[in-house]
Ligand binder design. Structure first.
Ligand SMILES: Cc1cc2nc3c(=O)[nH]c(=O)nc-3n(C[C@H](O)[C@H](O)[C@H](O)COP(=O)(O)OP(=O)(O)OC[C@H]3O[C@@H](n4cnc5c(N)ncnc54)[C@H](O)[C@@H]3O)c2cc1C
Length: 381
C-alpha cells in the first residue's frame, strides 16, 4: 500500500518470515491440543513486537496502530489463536499501560512486558456483563494504603499465563465510576479460575480472574478513581482495528489455501482451477480480501494520524470479521469434504475467525455504535 513507511514494510517482511518459521508449523498442534505456543510468544520479545506501541524508552518499538495491524495480519495468517494472545498482551495490556499509567508504573511494568519476560492480560468482561461493559460489578473499596477488590472477570485471554493484569473495577455507584488497577500474579486474594474450552482460538488460553478480598496497593491504581470509562473506550478503538487485522490474515490464508488446492485437486480429469464456479469463488474471495485490506489499512493509517475515532473503528470491526467468516466458509466449500476435515487448515481458520465477530464487542454492538452516531439527530425526536 502506497502509504506504508519503509519501517512498516520491513516489519511486515520480518513478521511474515517469523510467522512462516516459528508459528505456522505448530498451529495445528496447538489447536488440537488446546495449548499455548509459549516458545513462539517468548521469541516475539526478541523480534521486538511485544511492545509494538510502547515508547522506546521502555524498550518498545514506538510504532502505531497500522504497524500493529500489519503484525496481526502476518501472525494471523499462521495461527489466529496465538495472535489473539499477542493482541491481548500488546494492545490490551501494554498499550493501555503505555497510554494511561504513571511514569513510575510504566518504568515498573513495561520493560518486562516488552521483552516477554512477563505476559500481560486485560480484564474487562464479567460473567454477567459483556456487551454492557460499563455495567461491571467487580468492586474496589479503598482501605487505607490498599484497595480491597471482590468480583470475577470472565473470558480473559492469557489469564492462566499472565504475570500482570490490567483490570477494570467499580469504585462508586454511578455508571461511570470505574477505576483500573494493575494486578500482579501472587497478590493476596487474587487467583485464576478454570480454563475455558472453546470452539476456536484454541491456541489462545482463556480463563477467569477471581478476586476474593484481594489486597491491591493504592499505587497500583491507574490515574484517579473514575478515570476508566474514557481509557476503556479509547483503547477499544485500537483493539477493534487490530483484531480486524487477525481476520484479514485469516482471509489471506484462505485465499492462499484455495489457490493451492484448486491447482492440485483433480475431478472429471481436470484441476478444480478449470471449473468456472471455482474460478468465481477464488476471484471473489481474493477481491473481497483486497478490498478489506485497503479499508482496514486506511482506517489504521488515519487512526495514527489522529483523524478518526470510534465509528470507523467500529465499521472495520463489524465488516472485516463478518466478511471473513463468509470467505472462510467458501474456502471450506472449495475444499469439499477435505475442507470439512482436520486435514486442511480452512476449518480451523473459520472456527478461529468466528471469535472476531464476538470479542472486542460483538457485531451487534458495532452496529449500535455506528447507528447511534449516524442517527444522532433523528434519535432526539
Ligand atoms: C475467546 C474470547 C476471548 C476474550 N478475551 C477477552 C479479554 O481478554 N478481556 C475481556 O475483558 N473480555 C474478553 N472477552 C469477552 C468479550 O469481549 C465478550 O464475550 C463480548 O464483549 C460479548 O459479551 P458476552 O459474551 O457477555 O455477550 P452478551 O453481551 O451477553 O451478548 C449476547 C448476545 O446479545 C447481543 N446483545 C447484547 N446487547 C445487545 C443490545 N443492546 N442490542 C442488541 N443485541 C445485543 C450480543 O451482540 C450477542 O449476540 C473474550 C471473549 C472470548 C469468547
Amino acid at each position: 500500500m502506497w502509504f506504508l513507511s519503509d519501517e512498516e514494510k520491513q516489519l511486515q517482511d520480518v513478521c511474515r518470515d517469523f510467522a512462516r518459521n516459528e508459528i505456522a508449523p505448530h498451529a495445528e498442534k496447538h489447536d488440537t491440543e488446546e495449548t499455548f505456543n509459549m516458545d513462539a510468544f517468548k521469541k516475539m520479545g526478541e523480534l521486538g513486537v511485544l511492545g509494538i506501541t510502547a515508547e522506546p524508552e521502555y524498550g518498545g518499538a514506538g510504532m502505531g496502530c497500522l504497524a500493529a495491524t500489519l503484525v496481526m495480519e502476518e501472525f494471523g495468517k499462521a495461527c489466529p489463536g496465538l495472535t489473539l494472545s499477542y493482541l491481548a498482551h500488546s494492545i490490551l495490556a501494554v498499550n493501555n499501560i503505555q497510554n494511561n499509567a504513571s511514569e513510575d508504573q510504566k518504568k515498573k511494568y513495561l520493560p518486562k512486558l516488552v521483552t516477554g519476560e512477563h505476559i500481560g492480560c486485560m480484564g474487562m468482561s464479567e460473567p454477567e456483563y459483556g456487551s454492557d461493559a460499563v455495567g461491571i460489578q467487580t468492586r474496589a473499596v479503598k482501605k487505607g494504603d490498599h484497595y480491597e477488590i471482590n468480583g470475577t472477570k470472565m473470558w480473559i485471554t492469557n489469564a492462566q499465563y499472565a504475570d500482570v493484569a490490567y483490570v477494570y473495577t467499580r469504585t462508586g455507584d454511578k455508571k461511570k465510576d470505574l477505576s483500573t488497577f494493575i494486578i500482579e500474579k501472587g497478590m493476596e486474594g487474587f487467583s485464576v479460575g478454570k480454563p475455558i474450552h472453546k470452539m476456536g482460538m484454541r491456541g489462545s488460553p482463556t480463563g477467569e480472574l477471581v478476586f476474593e478480598n484481594a489486597k491491591v496497593p493504592v499505587e497500583n491504581l491507574i490515574g484517579n478513581e473514575g478515570d476508566s470509562v474514557y481509557h476503556m473506550m479509547k483503547n477499544l478503538e485500537i483493539e477493534r482495528i487490530t483484531i480486524a487485522g487477525i481476520s484479514l490474515g485469516i482471509a489471506q490464508a484462505c485465499v492462499d489455501a484455495c489457490i493451492k488446492y484448486a491447482g492440485e485437486r483433480k475431478q472429471f480429469g481436470k484441476n478444480l482451477a478449470h471449473f468456472q464456479m471455482i474460478q468465481k469463488m477464488v476471484a471473489e474471495m481474493a477481491t473481497e480480501t483486497e478490498m478489506l485490506r485497503r479499508f482496514l489499512y486506511t482506517v489504521a493509517y488515519e487512526y495514527d494520524q489522529g483523524k478518526i475515532g470510534a465509528v470507523p473503528a467500529a465499521m472495520v470491526k463489524l465488516q472485516v470479521p463478518k466478511m471473513v467468516t463468509k470467505i472462510a466458509l467458501d474456502a471450506i466449500q472449495l475444499h469439499g469434504g477435505y475442507g470439512y476435515s482436520r486435514e486442511f487448515p480452512v476449518e480451523r481458520l473459520m472456527r478461529d475467525n468466528k471469535l472476531n465477530e464476538i470479542g472486542a464487542g460483538t457485531n451487534e454492538v458495532m452496529i449500535m455504535i455506528i447507528a447511534k452516531k449516524l442517527l444522532e439527530d433523528a434519535l432526539k425526536n
